[in-house]
Write a protein that binds this ligand. Structure first.
Ligand SMILES: Cc1ncc(COP(=O)(O)O)c(C=O)c1O
Length: 392
């Protein structure tokens, strides 16, 4: 079976049998496209290795992080995929990226310190700031002609002596931006000027569409690497969200030592299936990932073209990376909360825009990591839910 067939062949009936949140939360009448899980099955090497472990009923404690090959496997992956030379000794395991975000804030800033992020953004990235008693500094991305852009004047004007940390999401959820070198270098200038530490959440790094390329923030210069903690996992690209495993890559020994001052026991242990699947993904699944990205690029173009032609009043850019489309619904004559409208009238569950912070009102986020036919049915429902004057 070709990979394309594996991606294309999935059906709603099969999906409804899944136990995860995506297909369970809203019940049997709704088509879900909210949480960032894909509907696709696993790459064969991952499926095989997990099946073997289950068949052997091998659920015991795993060897510790330092005794597993994960760090070397990731370093080879980073070199191969991103031309990024990573010291394997500078990698630590986490339960998940969100844990890493909270812990970084706890360890590297004090209550009341400013933490800056570009909104709209992945909810934990902006919500964690207030929840940790830090001061949220959000600079809202602006609509350019081709894509969303960083408003550097706004960003610069908001940074102050008390700003300590930047939470950077690149590729960017939910706008689908893959920031280019010039944008990243401008960010790097501000980071150095204000002596910031950077947490670069690069979990969507594999999901980038040509001609765009992911540039790890830590590769910009040695000075930037020294103040950058990169977090990533195989959960988005290989559909392993429920297995809970992620890594942090420290650009300097000083950052890593500060992180390791936190007692290991308070981090939680390793999930044996999560680390095994991740090792396999980053060692044996390049071809599957390349086929996935080709299929997703087709979906991206399909969704974009359909929306542009069938609902011209929706504001949408073609995402440069991620399997997420950020849909501006302000010009549609629907309930001020488009999420509620599409759920009630269309039986489609998007992610609500306001969850993504400033710049999110009037928007929904669509996950298009599904078969083209399910994406088509979803869009049919969206079109049919609209009041007649909004439809072509
Ligand atoms: C930008 C970003 N960071 C982190 C996560 C979640 O990562 P984890 O499940 O490892 O906490 C997501 C999931 O969608 C995400 O989009």
């Amino acid at each position: 079976m070709s990979d394309d067939h594996a991606f294309d062949g999935i059906t709603i009936e099969a999906m409804r049998k899944k136990r995860g949140a995506k297909w369970q939360r809203y019940g049997d009448q709704v088509l879900p496209c909210f949480v960032a899980d894909m509907d696709f099955g696993l790459a064969l090497p991952i499926h095989q290795v997990l099946s073997e472990q289950l068949a052997a009923q091998d659920y015991g404690y795993t060897m510790g992080f330092a005794d597993r090959p994960l760090a070397e496997i990731f370093a080879a992956w980073a070199e191969r995929r991103f031309n990024w030379t990573v010291d394997a000794g500078r990698i630590e395991g986490l339960v998940d990226v969100v844990q890493g975000i909270y812990l970084t804030m706890h360890l590297f800033t004090e209550p009341g310190d400013g933490v800056v992020t570009l909104t709209p953004t992945y909810p934990p990235l902006w919500q964690s700031i207030d929840r940790m008693g830090r001061r949220l500094i959000d600079s809202t991305l602006v609509r350019g002609t081709q894509h969303y852009e960083i408003d550097f004047d706004d960003l610069r004007s908001k940074l102050d002596a008390n700003t300590k940390l930047m939470l950077l999401c690149n590729p960017h959820n939910p706008t689908g931006r893959v920031f280019n070198r010039s944008e990243l270098e401008s960010l790097a200038e501000l980071v150095l000027e204000h002596n910031l530490i950077v947490l670069a959440d690069e979990i969507h790094a594999d999901l980038v569409y040509t001609p765009h390329r992911h540039i790890p923030f830590a590769t910009l210069s040695p000075e930037i690497a020294e103040r950058t903690i990169t977090m990533t996992s195989a959960t988005k690209s290989f559909n392993l969200g429920g297995l809970r495993f992620a890594i942090a890559i420290f650009g300097s020994q000083a950052l890593q030592d500060r992180f390791n001052a936190w007692p290991k026991g308070a981090l939680g242990g390793l999930n044996s299936l999560g680390i095994l699947a991740t090792e396999t993904a980053w060692r044996d699944c390049d071809d599957w990932l390349d086929a996935l990205v080709r299929y997703l690029k087709g979906n991206r173009d399909f969704v974009y073209d359909e929306l542009k032609s069938r609902i011209p009043l929706i504001d949408v850019f073609s995402p440069e990376g991620t399997y997420l489309a950020w849909l501006g619904c302000e010009r549609l004559a629907i309930n001020p909360d488009p999420f509620e409208h599409f759920l009630e009238a269309g039986k489609v569950a998007f992610s609500p825009g306001p969850n993504f912070g400033s710049g999110g009102d009037g928007f929904v986020r669509m996950n298009f990591a599904t078969s083209r036919s399910i994406a088509g049915e979803l869009l049919d429902r969206v079109v049919a839910s609209l009041p007649a004057p909004t439809r072509p």
